[in-house]
Structure formats: C-alpha cells, structure tokens
Design a protein around this ligand. Structure first.
Ligand code: FAD
Length: 509
C-alpha cells in the first residue's frame, strides 16, 4: 500500500514520482515495465538512439493497413526507465503559445499559453542548443541554404521566444560534454533514488486496474519473476503509460467504449467512448541525396537542425517542418526499390498540424495482445496532409539547389528528379511516409461535460475517482513542435495538482 501508484516510469511518470517524493511524508510506487537505464551506455548515450529502435527495449507496435499511407510503420515505444525520453532524440521545444491556446479552446481550461509558461522553467532537464563541437558543417550549410531559399529567419535558440518560422540548430536535452541524455529519468529520478519514500518496481507490468465501482484503489501487476500482485494506492493512481499503453490498460480494466468492450467480452465498468479515439501523430516523408563524399563525423544525434515554415498566412503557427538528417534515411524508400547511397543526407518534410485523426482499439481480451493502431494517415477529406508533403518535397528541392548546401550534393536519390507531378510526388511521399514517433491524444482532455473527453482539465478520468492520467495520451491536439517538453510540462502540472489536492484533503474529481 502506497499513497500514490504511478503506472509507467516514463517521461511524465518520472516527473510526477520525483515531485511527489519531495514530500518525505508521501509514499510512491512506480510500476515500470522496463529495466533501469543506469549504467546503460546504449541508452544514456544520445547518439546511439537509432540502435535502440526495434531492440529488446522497444515494445514495437505495428500499424494496421494504411490504404493511403505506409502500412509498414513500426511505432517504437521505449521499455526502460525514462520511457521514450530514454529512446528518443531529445529535441526540446516548449510548445508554441498557439498550441496551448488550442487546448484551452478545446475545453482544457487552465492549459492556455500564459498559464502553462511557468512549468517550462521548472523543468530539471538540461535544455541547451546543439553544442558548437556537435555542429556538423553540412548541417550548418543546410541552415544557410534554407534561409536563402525560403527567406525564413535563422533562429539561435528556438525556446527563447515564440516563432512561426525559422531555421537553425535545435535545443536538446543533453549534456554536450559526454553526449549523455538529460532524459526524464536522468533529470528527475537518478538524483533521488535514495529517497526511502520512492519505490520503483522495474520490469513489472501493470495489466489491470483494481476498481471499487468507479473508484481506483490500485493496480494488478506481474513482476519480472511472474508473480502477480496487487499494488494498492491509498490516495491516487496515476496512469502514465503513454499514448498506446494508457488506453490499452484502461480498456482491459473495463474503461472504454461499451460496444467495443462488450464485443470482446470485457466487462464494462465505465462506459467512456473517447478512450482510444483521437489518435494523433506527426507523419513525415523523406527526400534523400547522395553526397559527393563522406560527411564529417561530428554530431549530437545525426538530426541536429531543422526548419519551420508557415505557408498559410492565416495559420496559427508553422504548418510545415523539416528535420535535416546527416544520414541517408532510406529504410522506407528501400522497400520501393531505392538503394541506399554510401554517403548521403535527408530532409524530412513533416506535418506540424495534421488533419487526419486515427484510432487505437483492442482486438482481444487478452492483455498480452498488442492493441491495433489505425492512424488513418492521409485520410482527411481535403487532402491537407498529403498536399503538405508535396509542398515539402518541392521546398526541399529548392533548398538543395541553393549554396552552400548544393555543393555537397551529387544527386537526388529518392524520389528522384524524374518524379515531378503533384500526383507522383504525393504517391511517393505517402508510401514512404514515416513517423517521428509522436503518438498522442488517445485519452484526450476536455471539458467535464464533453462526452468524448477521457480526462477533465484536472486530469481526472471523467466519472471516476482517485485516478488521473498524465502522459501524451491527454493531448487534445498535437503541438506544432516535437511533443516531449509538452509531456514533461503535463507531468509538472499534474504534480502540482496532486499537491494542491492533498492540501485540500482529497482528489478534485
Ligand atoms: C524514437 C523516438 C524519437 C523521438 N524523438 C523526440 C524528440 O526528439 N523530441 C520530442 O519532443 N519528442 C520525441 N519523441 C516523442 C516523445 O519521446 C514522447 O512523446 C514522450 O516521451 C512520451 O512520453 P509519455 O510519458 O507519454 O510516455 P513514455 O515516455 O513512453 O512512458 C511510458 C512508460 O510506461 C511504461 N509502461 C507502459 N505500459 C506499462 C504497463 N502496462 N506497465 C508498466 N509500465 C508500463 C513504459 O515502459 C514507459 O517507461 C520521440 C519518440 C521516439 C520513440
């Protein structure tokens, strides 16, 4: 029995467990499916991130068939302390004011830009610009060529002030001196592991919530040794298992769309039709060039710079983004017959505010069976998403023609200069489309009377007691920028709400 049980020692879960245990009178159990990241150079060295994908620290979720997209996408989700912040590239953007204000408009009262700003400055992560020694010459030349070709300003420090357009080196959560991650676990858990009130259960899987009617009292877990135990929460259960595993756990516990649960024979405890709906992501495509020769070795994590463009003057922020990779990123094009050049670079046009919405659902009552992820990529009615990628590839080609980048490039490998019509570019761009691993939104926050909202603005599951969700699943809409900092800020705000509720002597459901 603990005061709080945090399910998932990932990005948001690490923040919450750390903040809660600052109070020595509060006991916290963290249920984490993966092992520790301590002394794991393969995890802690940022530049080794690509080697983690698809390995034994990856839950590796497939997507269902995507008729207008790429059906072969595998969604990496980290199975290790720190969660995806131990797996990812740690690109660190404070969400833009328009991103938060969109949440408030969607019913998340109190989550507007002005209210959220202070949480950014509380973050313990070492958020710094890509270090000078890690600035690769070809990435610098991309930045200069993109500025000339598109006219957007060069940005030095994307978090210094809100932007709609800009090109430059990213801010990262890392320690440049040794390329060590400043993940959620490194920043929020490692310094406090000796707290007697913090109990982290590693390689322990939460498979069902313990509910007394609509009140959460604990969680059933399976330990590394196969032992099944009930971990009880005297005060609250915090579900922080991420945008895939949070709705999965809820549905296996009987919380979700009645019709779907009944069809699988899962007894319904609480009919909540929004669980699993509103599956969001940032899809992106890729255009690859062979370079005239090898590229210098130095880098923070091989995708250190990027570009934001606002095509539509009426948009609320950037509506096209690019990561610049100092590697030929041909995993998906190779399936269409393209060959990987020995030396090359890639630009990845990305849709900051995609219009398509997907859905996550169970296909079995067996908690071991992975849920189905149907992102419905490129299915929006007016083909906004598909057209964004076409614009992206055309702009990427203009940048590639511009010095000082042009001098590095030998030829466009894929889609190749012969692919020129909108239809052909779109077909290529969608078929090789990839994810930047940003699933979100599957337990979205909304007003207390919003039927499809899963949590209210206090992160309480609507209609239930003693249980909140805090992770990427609560995002009502996708930020235009990479989401990890937003998730950490959700964690900070949740911890503050818990402390306030404890002072008042109860939850605020
Ligand atoms: C390869 C990759 C690159 C990315 N790059 C960036 C980037 O550069 N910048 C950026 O902003 N975002 C990036 N992202 C996205 C970002 O990392 C995520 O949006 C964010 O970390 C999600 O945090 P979370 O707390 O929702 O979930 P997670 O961090 O995934 O935490 C969930 C935790 O719960 C545990 N868990 C799950 N289910 C259970 C269960 N049933 N029982 C016990 N434990 C469980 C998991 O092991 C995990 O530790 C990237 C993601 C990936 C995978």
């Amino acid at each position: 029995m603990y005061d709080y049980v945090v399910i998932g020692g990932g990005t948001a879960g690490s923040v919450i467990a750390s903040r809660l245990t600052e109070n020595p009178d509060v006991t916290v159990a963290v249920i984490e499916g993966g092992p520790t990241d301590i002394d794991r150079d393969d995890v802690l060295t940022l530049r080794r991130w690509l080697g983690l994908l698809g390995g034994d620290l990856d839950y590796d979720y497939p997507t269902v068939e995507q008729p207008r997209g790429n059906s072969h996408i595998r969604h990496s989700r980290a199975r290790v302390l720190g969660g995806c912040s131990s797996h990812n590239t740690l690109i660190s953007f404070k969400p833009l004011p328009g991103d938060w204000d969109e949440w408030a408009t969607a019913g998340a009262e109190g989550w507007d830009a002005e209210s959220m700003d202070p949480y950014f400055y509380r973050l313990r992560n070492n958020i710094v610009a890509v270090d000078e020694k890690d600035r690769n010459a070809i990435a610098s030349d991309f930045v200069n060529a993109a500025r000339t070709a598109t006219g957007v300003p060069r940005v030095e420090g994307f978090n210094k002030k809100p932007f709609h357009e800009g090109v430059g080196f990213f801010d990262l959560s890392y320690h440049p001196e040794n390329n060590k991650r400043s993940s959620a676990s490194v920043a929020y858990l490692h310094p406090f592991l000796d707290r007697p009130n913090l109990h982290i259960m590693l390689e322990t899987w939460a498979y069902k919530l313990e509910l007394d009617g609509t009140r959460a009292t604990g969680v059933h877990v399976r330990t590394k040794d196969g032992e099944e135990i009930l971990v009880e929460a005297g005060t609250e259960v915090l579900v922080c298992a991420g945008a895939v595993d949070t709705p999965r756990l809820l549905m296996h516990s009987g919380i979700g769309p009645r019709k779907d649960l009944e069809a699988l024979g899962i007894p319904v405890v609480h009919d909540l039709p929004g669980v699993g709906e509103n599956l969001l992501d940032h899809p992106e495509s890729v255009i690859v060039w062979e370079t005239n020769g090898p590229i210098p070795e130095n880098s923070a994590m091989d995708s250190d710079a990027g570009l934001f463009i606002q095509r539509d003057p009426a948009a609320n922020g950037p509506d096209l983004m690019f990561h610049f990779y100092q590697i030929p990123f041909t995993d998906n094009p190779e399936r269409l017959g393209y060959e990987k050049p020995e030396h090359g670079v890639s630009m990845t046009p990305n849709i900051p505010k995609p219009h398509s919405r997907g859905r996550l659902y169970l296909t079995s009552a067996d908690p071991e069976v992975k849920p189905a992820l149907d992102f419905r990529y490129f299915t929006d009615e007016d083909d906004y998403d598909g057209r964004t990628l076409v614009d992206g590839i055309r702009i990427a080609r203009e940048i590639a023609k511009t010095e000082p980048l042009a001098g590095w490039l030998k030829r466009e490998v894929c889609p190749g200069p012969e692919v020129t019509s909108d239809e052909d570019i779109s077909e290529y761009a969608r078929k090789v489309a990839h994810t930047v691993y940003h699933p979100a939104g599957t337990c979205r926050m909304g007003a207390s009377d919003d039927e499809l909202a899963v949590v209210d603005p206090n992160l309480n599951i609507r209609g239930m007691q003693n249980i909140r969700i805090a992770d990427a699943s609560v995002f009502p809409t996708m930020p235009a920028v990479n989401p990890m900092i937003g998730v950490l800020m959700v964690g900070e705000k949740c911890a503050e709400m818990l402390a306030a509720a404890a002072t008042r002597g109860g939850d605020d459901a």
